[in-house]
Design a protein around this ligand. Structure first.
Ligand SMILES: Nc1nc2c(c(=O)[nH]1)N[C@H]1C(S)=C(S)[C@@H](COP(=O)(O)OP(=O)(O)OC[C@H]3O[C@@H](n4cnc5c(=O)[nH]c(N)nc54)[C@H](O)[C@@H]3O)O[C@H]1N2
Ligand SMILES: Nc1nc2c(c(=O)[nH]1)N[C@H]1C(S)=C(S)[C@@H](COP(=O)(O)OP(=O)(O)OC[C@H]3O[C@@H](n4cnc5c(=O)[nH]c(N)nc54)[C@H](O)[C@@H]3O)O[C@H]1N2
Ligand code: SF4
Ligand SMILES: [Mo]
Length: 734
């Protein structure tokens, strides 16, 4: 009997009539894939493909990258600036000069009346680095508000804070090549196959070649967990307890790397004292992982030739987010796994340029990891920008999450939102809504005009997106890659850089501060102030970056002059003894006492609400909700629910239920699956007026990042399913 095809019909790929391919780095996630977009004879973008000689993705793209060209003419793009006196009035279209003058005048009015810091600016991880740098110069150098932060507080703040506490500076020390060299990988709270599909592919390929042990810590049975040698379905929010218990076993059994600890760290005695309290028997009761497994994992990690740890939002988005990162770093330092091939502590970042904003936006400090708190840093940058150093604040201002509380109290009166959509992405959205209504003035700068947050704006500025602009982005492994302008922004929309430069003219009437117009010139300026810094990019240029399909920092002028081919310079950080960023060159081992301070399920709200993402969608779906081939996989808000729980409730696949938390409620469809335990549901946060109506979002004390992954809800059945379907439709209105 014959199996398979009777006739050999080769798969035919439709000819899209591409006459030219143009280069860019993908604008979705932080993996940093190199893309080529195909244009037809009319100059319309009709196809995307992976770049074969790019080290990151080696020709591959995921579901989002492959349809990325469809973004350019998707629905809802902003085509002209808009203005209105009150947020609830109808919009009037206007010209750029009028819109920008209005924004300038309102910033000046509010600052004069209520003080410099009463106007806040919230940016993003989704612009190009030259844009971040320019916005930073405008905000820190001319506007002068200290309440300037990014949506990265919702995302990477705990990683930044944890790296700074452990190593003295931010900056992920590892790279994807570590997968090819490791003997053991622990993934903490990371759904790599769905959220970073191409990093996953790199990891999987390396694992199949070399067969290292994969350990996954996640309360859900994600696809990564299904592939793991050991899956630790941890009790939500207790990773620090597990980390302390692993350290307990390592130190008790003498498995630590004494030479490494001696040469590179301080604080071993304090760690020893703290982790004594976390014997596996005690820890098991809190974190839900049995004592034998804890011992086995500790031994596997410590005995591996090289062991690496990666993590994402399961760690960062917690009241112990920063501590969880320090815990990972502690484990890496104790076992001598930093700066060596296959031995690292690598934060998998989120947005395409989450790293670029950390390095260059001046959100929490000054360019290239300089700090407002350090007088020499203020002097250096003030001199370079030609401003008075006294104009800089002497310590960082509010985090994004605190800015909203300050709007509630009336301390902040005006807001400029750039490429972020807090109505969908901040926790407790009803509270955010009330804050937005209180603002005297709000300007939204977004490539789509139909975002939830634009409802509360007085001025809307239509921006270009992704490859309608030019500039660089930095990925998870510190690789700087280039985006080239493939197509012009639609209608009157303008690149964000153009918008910042026009705004700068209005604040820079004496012309003292220079604002170069073109991205390559701005990049050149950045290379100059990067010299000798951790993120030294002085050997890079746009041309070289494109030629190499991305270069990892540091890549210095000296390396360039010596003819060293990139990216050899910057694969790993802290490769030599004593090179950590603290003045003594040593990393800190920091004890982590655990205090259970989350919202936890109780009689009234008995179910854990875990929120996160799906492979096909991007955050608030402003982009993927408009692309048929992405949206069709999950057009409706739904929950993953354990089949035993849905049976107990008497609901079936496709039924709608109401979720109720102490904040509010939401209507969602039921999808029974064994991926979640009996006492937990998982709700993707991609839908408007849904997940974040329910979340509490308690803040981490160090990073001010919200605990999106731990809230308590109850599930109510709905008698009228038709009405429920209607309500659920409302949630995908935007
Ligand atoms: N398709 C797609 N890809 C994306 C994005 C997107 O929106 N769509 N967004 C990008 C961005 S900005 C980010 S930040 C990343 C996020 O990437 P990930 O962090 O990988 O994604 P999430 O789904 O937010 O959460 C990851 C996992 O954390 C687990 N988790 C929940 N609570 C805990 C806990 O207490 N402990 C542990 N150990 N784990 C826990 C969840 O069960 C979930 O499986 O993805 C990036 N990539
Ligand atoms: N419940 C829950 N909530 C979460 C999370 C979670 O796991 N659970 N994750 C959090 C995390 S990690 C993140 S990163 C945030 C993301 O939260 P947001 O920052 O709100 O996410 P986006 O929806 O990507 O918003 C980006 C906005 O920028 C616009 N945009 C895109 N490109 C450009 C551009 O080039 N220029 C301009 N001007 N605009 C552009 C988009 O249209 C969109 O409106 O959500 C957070 N919220
Ligand atoms: S893995 Fe990330 S960077 Fe690569 S194509 Fe997909 S969304 Fe883009
Ligand atoms: Mo994120």
């Amino acid at each position: 009997m014959l199996f398979g095809r009777k006739k050999k019909n080769p798969i035919k790929i439709a000819d899209k009539g591409v006459v030219e391919w143009k280069y860019a780095a993908c604008g979705y996630c932080s993996t940093g894939c190199s893309i080529e977009v195909g244009l037809n004879t009319e100059g319309k973008a009709v196809a995307s493909r992976g770049v074969a000689d790019a080290d990151v993705n080696r020709g591959k793209l995921c579901l989002k990258g492959i349809f990325e060209h469809e973004l350019f003419d998707s629905d809802g793009r902003g085509l002209e600036p808009k203005i209105r006196e009150q947020w609830h009035q109808p919009w009037q279209t206007t010209d750029w000069d009028n819109a920008l003058d209005k924004v300038h005048d309102e910033i000046v009015r509010i600052q004069e009346k209520h003080g410099r810091d009463s106007f806040a600016i919230i940016s993003t991880g989704q612009m190009l680095t030259e844009e971040f740098y320019t916005l930073g110069k405008l905000t820190r150098g001319l506007i002068g508000t200290n309440n300037y932060d990014g949506n990265t507080t919702l995302c990477m703040a705990s990683a930044v804070s944890g790296y700074k506490r452990s190593f003295g500076s931010d900056g992920p020390p590892g790279c994807y090549d570590d997968f090819d060299n490791t003997d053991c990988l622990i993934a903490w709270g990371s759904n790599l196959p769905e959220q970073h599909p191409i990093i996953y592919w790199r990891m999987k390929e390396a694992q199949e070649k070399r067969g290292f042990t994969l350990i996954v810590v996640d309360p859900r049975v994600t696809m990564l967990a299904q592939n793991a040698d050991i899956h630790l379905p941890i009790t939500p929010g207790t990773d620090v307890v597990l980390q302390n218990a692993l350290m307990h076993v390592i130190l008790k059994e003498g498995l630590e790397d004494r030479d490494y600890i001696e040469a590179n760290t301080v604080g071993i005695d304090e760690i020893r004292a703290e982790v004594k309290k976390y014997d596996p028997v005690t820890a098991a009761k809190i974190c839900g992982i049995d004592e034998d497994t804890i011992r086995h994992v500790a031994r596997t990690l410590a005995n591996a030739g090289a062991a690496m740890q990666i993590w994402t939002m399961g760690i960062n988005q917690s009241t112990h987010g920063s501590d969880g990162v320090v815990g990972i770093n502690n484990l890496a330092l104790l076992t001598g796994n930093i700066g060596k091939p296959g031995g690292t502590s690598l934060s998998i970042t989120g947005q395409c340029n989450a790293m670029g904003t950390r390095e260059w936006s001046s959100c929490s400090g000054l360019p290239n990891y300089r700090q407002l708190e350090v007088p020499e840093h203020r002097e250096e940058i003030a001199k370079f920008w030609n401003i008075d150093p006294e104009f800089f604040p002497k310590k960082r201002g509010m985090f994004q999450t605190d800015i909203y509380h300050a709007i509630e109290t009336g301390q902040i009166k005006g807001l400029w939102l750039i490429a972020t959509n807090p109505l969908t992405s901040l926790p407790n959205s009803e509270r955010v809504r009330k804050a937005m209504e209180k603002l005297e003035f709000c300007v939204v700068q977004d490539c789509y005009e139909d975002t939830e947050s634009a409802q509360y704006a007085h001025v809307y500025l239509p921006a270009g997106t992704w490859a309608e602009k030019e500039g660089v982005m930095t990925n998870t492994e510190r690789r700087v890659n280039l985006v080239k302008p493939i197509i012009k922004p639609p209608g009157q929309a303008k690149p964000d850089l153009w918008i910042f430069n026009r705004m700068a003219e209005r604040f820079n009437s004496n012309g003292n501060v220079s604002f170069p117009e073109k991205a390559p010139d701005i990049f050149l300026e950045m290379t100059k102030i990067s010299k000798g810094r951790l993120a030294d990019i002085s050997g890079m240029s746009h041309e070289l970056i494109e030629k190499q399909r991305g270069i990892q920092w540091p890549y210095t002028e000296k390396q360039l002059q010596q003819g060293e081919t990139p990216p050899s310079g910057g694969k790993r950080l802290y490769t030599e003894d004593g090179t950590f960023s603290y003045p003594d060159g040593k990393a800190k081992l920091i004890p982590l006492p655990f205090i259970d301070n989350n919202e936890v399920p109780d009689d009234e709200f008995p179910i854990w609400l875990n929120t996160g993402r799906l492979i096909e969608h991007w955050h608030g779906r402003t982009k993927t909700g408009k692309i048929g081939n992405n949206n069709k996989y999950s057009p409706i808000p739904f929950i993953e629910i354990n089949p035993d729980l849905s049976a107990e409730l008497g609901v079936q696949r496709g039924d709608y239920v109401r979720l109720v938390s102490r904040r509010s409620d939401a209507v969602v469809m039921v999808q029974p699956t064994q991926r979640v335990p009996l006492n937990m549901i998982f709700l993707p946060f991609h839908f408007h007026d849904c997940a974040n109506r329910l979340t509490l979002g308690l803040l981490d004390p160090h990073s001010r990042q919200p605990a999106y992954k731990q809230s308590a809800v109850r599930i109510e059945c709905i008698a009228d399913q038709k009405e429920a379907a209607q309500l659920s439709m409302e949630m995908r209105k935007f």
